[in-house]
Design a protein around this ligand. Structure first.
Ligand code: 13P
Length: 257
């Protein structure tokens, strides 16, 4: 973390978990244990159908609500899709774009990710852009090339003044839901590389101000070490964000000096 230059953001990604009723219960549990002063922003990205109950439940807690996906068209005949304006209108602040599960199961590509980033920014949402390599790619030694490609494609055509609204999340696919966390050195190496890539594209000032998260089996036991890395400005948390007590411990780790 480097709070002097950029926001630390702890974001939960609930994936396809919890009902609207569970959402309310989670918010009550979180409220009971949440520290009063927070030096980090806290976000909970819930399934679309839980957004209204999440907005209501987290209203007085300084917890922002995020979505896990968005479609890039403004409106029209796109059965089953949800637009950025619809999310914004509900009070959503963040939206995860290009999560590896969406790339793997739902045909998300670098091209659609870029279109979604444009759409999210146009609606005034903060995109959390996910990038990350598979185990095979890591073993082939092409991690950095792949990450550079993903970052550059996601940000193609995004003007510098909009970049402050973007968050990039490095999520190595082999560490997601596997219990296998990247070591702090591995995570830091790629997060630093992402910042360097942004610097080449937009210059030092913007690169210094962008929040870069790590995601992949982040939990209370490893959060402090990961967040101690200067280029890791928060976490995108799956499993450990489903339990209020675990989530709050990660928030506490981000609140340390
Ligand atoms: P886990 O924390 O369950 O590994 O999931 C990480 C993730 O995919 C967050 O988007």
């Amino acid at each position: 973390m480097n709070r002097r230059y950029r926001k630390t953001i702890i974001a939960g990604n609930w994936k396809m978990n919890k009902t609207a009723t569970d959402t309310k219960k989670f918010a009550e549990e979180l409220k009971a244990v949440m520290p009063k002063a927070k030096w980090c922003d806290v976000v909970v990205c819930v399934p679309f159908v839980n957004i209204p109950s999440a907005i209501k439940a987290f209203k007085d807690m300084r917890v922002s609500v995020g979505a896990q996906n968005v479609f890039y068209e403004k409106d029209g005949a796109y059965t089953g899709e949800v637009s950025a304006d619809m999310l914004k209108d509900l009070g959503v602040k963040y939206v995860i774009i290009g999560h590896s599960e969406r790339r793997q199961y739902f045909g998300e590509t670098d091209f659609t990710v870029n279109k979604k980033v444009h759409a999210a920014l146009e609606a005034g949402l903060h995109p959390i852009i996910c990038v990350g390599e598979s185990l095979e790619q890591r073993e082939l030694g092409i991690t950095m090339e792949l990450i550079a490609l993903q970052v550059k494609s996601a940000l193609a055509g995004i003007p510098a003044d909009k970049l402050r609204k973007c968050v990039i999340a490095y999520e190595p696919i082999w560490a997601i839901g596997t219990g296998k966390t990247a070591t702090a050195e591995q995570a830091a190496e790629v997060c630093t590389f992402i910042r360097t890539t942004v610097r080449h594209l937009y210059g030092a000032r913007i690169a210094r101000s962008i929040t870069i998260q790590y995601g992949g089996s982040m939990k209370p036991g490893n959060a402090s070490e990961l967040l101690a890395q200067p280029d890791i400005d928060g976490g995108l948390i799956g499993g450990a964000a489903l339990k209020a007590n675990d989530f709050v411990e990660i928030i506490a780790a981000a609140n340390q000096d």
